[in-house]
Each structure stands twice: as structure tokens, then as C-alpha cells.
Design a binder for this molecule. Sequence first.
Ligand code: RTP
Ligand code: MG
Length: 139
Amino acid sequence: MATNRTFTMIKPDAVKNGHTGAILNDIIKGGFKIVAMKYTSLTKETAGAFYAVHKERGFYGELVDFMSSGPIVAAILEKDNAVEDFRKLIGATDPKKAEVGTIRNKYAESIEANAVHGSDSDENAEIEGNFYFSALERF
Ligand code: RTP
Ligand code: MG
């Protein structure tokens, strides 16, 4: 069902640095339609649950602290080939390696504070969208 949808968060660094509008503009210009969106925040508990797949990785504790450090914007996006195309639009995890013109190249601070999240598979896009949004909150 979710093959044409992906899930994103504008992370605390980008919200704090005033990049929310520019990032949403890049997303829309990139051909994505916003089908659900909210301005919200994560607690340590909810950030921990969202990133549970990374529990065993060395950066997990720092990631949870960072993701619960301030407001975020969560959204479900629609486009053909959404997951792959969105990861192209945001660029590599490490902004130093992200292609020029990508969202992380333009707005990220570091490998951790890297401006945006993008789902890595159709299955995770569905799970992550469901984490934030009820059926009533999607168009
Ligand atoms: P995301 O899930 O946020 O879209 O990022 P990604 O797929 O490009 O990267 P992933 O490997 O899933 O890592 C999730 C997030 O953890 C932080 N990270 N920190 N300190 C580090 O070495 C490190 N590596 C990853 C980043 O915020 C990354 O986006
Ligand atoms: Mg990931």
C-alpha cells in the first residue's frame, strides 16, 4: 500500500536554525505532496522507540538525546518511487558526503544533526507514518 509514500522528520537542528520553510519548499519543489504533517516533539522515550532499530549502535544514546532536544516537523509524503527519490533529495547521512544541492548539503550541521530523516524502505515508511499519524490525520 505504501509504495508511493515515505515518512520524514525535519530534525531539531533544522527547526532551531530556521530552515523549516526552506526544507518544506525543497520537498514540494522536488515533486512530493504532503499528505499529513505536524509540528511536535519527541520525548526520550518516544525517540528511543522510534530509533529502536539503532539500539545496538554506538550513537544511539546521543541520537535519542538529540532527537528529543527540541521541536520537529513530522510528515508523510507522496510521490512515485517516494522512498528512493526522497533519499536522493536529502543526500548522504554525513552532510560532508551529501551531494551539492541536497537538503543535507544545504542545511545539515553534522552527521548526527543532519536536518532531516527519510524512511529507508516502504515497510519502514508505513511503520514510521503510523507512529505519528492516525488514519484520520492523513489525506
Ligand atoms: P535517517 O534514518 O535519519 O533518515 O538517516 P540515515 O538513514 O541516513 O542514517 P541511519 O544510519 O539510519 O542513522 C540514523 C541517524 O542517526 C544519526 N547518526 N549519527 N554519530 C554518528 O556516527 C551517526 N550516524 C548516524 C543521524 O542523525 C542519522 O540520520
Ligand atoms: Mg535511517
